[in-house]
Design a protein. Structure first.
Length: 263
């Protein structure tokens, strides 16, 4: 199984990053280019699930009406929601396979970057490279300097870790349904069952960003650079497919705060 994993994903990605490195001489630029290339290749795979998410967000007002109408009958709620999805051609599980493919590729890419930046020996790195001209020669080392960073070490200023958390928060919020009165509606349901679900959703919204920050403080900055770039791409991709999504309430609040007050 490890050999199949290496042959299908890890080794090809190793060779691709070495191609970029030979052209640029910068590991940081190579990480950025390879991450963007992989995410661009995965766009056709991700589009169906993003479009499904957009449809679900658009139907959120209808879903809220169903929850309000059948607030005492959870089974009926589920049935009516499935009928609504079927009517609009939505399969909630349709994006699972594409998400799995993307996750596998990104895990492999993460592993490649982590291996390169963790001080792996030349022999071990070259074992993944197919083309002799791309292999490291005896005494040669990879240039891990990028801006103020040593990509083999954690960011001393914590900037990348903070950016990784911030962009993850934005990305997660964008994929959430846009419901202005979601919290108020949830608190009105019997037993506050929807309130519990709403609170869990809010907790999950902040869990990943916090984890990204904590992980980013300890990992080599080359890995965190990858995390930042891939999350920025996710934000851009989500925006072009479905706009700001669940981020709209935050944007509206920011606009009110920043709007000049008339005397």
């Amino acid at each position: 199984m490890p050999e199949l994993w290496n042959n299908l994903l890890v080794n090809p990605l190793f060779n691709m990053i070495f191609v970029f490195y030979r052209f640029t001489g910068s590991l940081g630029v190579s990480i950025i280019f390879l991450t963007l290339l992989i995410r661009a290749v995965l766009v056709p795979v991700m589009l169906p699930s993003l479009k499904t998410l957009k449809k679900q967000q658009d139907l959120q007002p209808e879903i809220e009406k169903i929850k309000s109408k059948f607030k005492h009958d959870k089974k009926k709620q589920a049935e009516m929601q499935m009928e609504l999805f079927k009517k609009h051609g939505i399969n909630p599980a349709s994006g699972c396979s594409t998400q799995i493919i993307m996750i596998l590729v990104l895990i492999a890419l993460y592993g490649v970057i982590r291996t390169i930046t963790m001080g792996t020996s030349i022999e071990e790195l070259n074992a993944h490279v197919y083309i002799n001209s791309l292999k490291l020669t005896e005494g040669e080392s990879i240039n891990t300097n990028f801006l103020y960073l040593d990509l083999a070490k954690p960011d001393p200023l914590f900037i990348l870790a903070i950016l990784a958390g911030l962009f993850q928060l934005i990305s997660s919020k964008m994929t959430m349904p846009y419901v202005e009165q979601g919290e108020k509606a949830a608190k009105k349901t019997p037993g506050k069952s929807d309130d519990l679900a709403y609170n869990m959703q809010q907790q999950m919204l902040y869990t990943m960003p916090i984890m990204n920050v904590l992980i980013g403080l300890t990992l080599p900055s080359g890995v965190v650079l990858y995390m930042v770039v891939t999350t920025i791409f996710s934000i851009a991709q989500s925006y072009f497919v479905s706009g700001w999504g669940g981020l709209k309430p935050w944007i509206h609040k920011a606009q009110k705060v920043l709007k000049p007050r008339t005397v």
